[in-house]
Write a protein that binds this ligand. Sequence first.
Ligand code: TYM
Length: 356
Amino acid sequence: MTNNKEVVLSGIRPTGNLHLGNYYGALGKFLKLQETHDCRFFIADLHALTTNTDPDALHRNVKGILAEYLAAGLDPEKASIFVQSDVPELSELYLLLNMHVGIGELMRTASFKDKARKALGLDKKDDENEDDIEKQIIGASTNKRVSAGLLTYPTLMAVDILAQKARWVPVGKDQMQHLELTRRFARRFNQFYGVEEFIEPENFEFRDAPVKVPGLDGSGKMGKSEGNCIYLIDEPKALRKKVMRAVTDEGPQAPNSPMSEPIANLFSLLELTSTPDVVKHFRDAYADCSIRYGDLKKQLAEDILNVTTPIRERVNDILADEAYMRRVLAQGAERARAQAAETLAEVRHIMGIRKI
Ligand code: TYM
């Protein structure tokens, strides 16, 4: 956890239990990186506020994510683990950085448009012309508003990263646009003031490309709002049932046929969870048309359970030990605050907020 190692930072919003998308896009990488890098992993409760309005659920979910982090093997002696709102310096940095962020570039962010659509109760079909959503946001009545917090979500995310001077940010594919904005904001700030204050961070990937874990419902990604998640704490019976229900097709009709999306998705999950031998076995079976999807699903369910069972088995003990959880967070916040306070002091000075 000491100096001269490159800093890694990442966070997860406490909006519910962790699922396989979170695991393969983020947490699984955190576990490896804590062995080699100066890691800081947090629970993005302020970001959750942009969509979550139930205070009790938010509080419960913060504890839940922390317990799942620890149950998965994040080690507070190796990595700093903290809650975003325990680092108040981030909120001031967010205010300061927002002075250099354009409303237009925020409005064009894909995740903002998606969430704005939801907030306004619109279907994607309602605004096939991409400009329409912007008009709808501006024209929305105040009781169906899109919050300024949602709009400035990427500024806060950039601040999380830049405050810690992080070089690497392990995230899934869906966060790449946010990361690109972070780089742009860092560059812009440095250029505007003629300084080298911020590092331009990059995604950290052990594989060739950013991970997108698909859902098992045939298309798209696994996600809470998609309602298609396999959770790390799913009981074996429920988990097997979800996998066995995965959408498939009528099977390959000729040797070496191209795969339909639902089948390609099953193979993507198999590649993440199984050994290369197993993947090859089923790929060969697909190619020569001998594949039985039921067998593939059974294998997939067992391989997923190999990853999730140890986590599920530990999580309740950790949840029961609030004193331990508090200690972990206090220690993590102290470290994260020290770095954030240093960055904030520098940024204030650079921007001209100086004592007389
Ligand atoms: P969040 O909470 O939506 O997701 C947490 C992490 O899980 C990854 N992920 C996936 N990866 C692959 N396939 C999927 N289906 C999938 N679903 C989720 C996400 O890519 C992410 O890495 N904005 C962030 C939280 C955040 C953050 C940060 C991350 C706030 N500040 C600073 C890194 C650095 C988010 O909403 O993630």
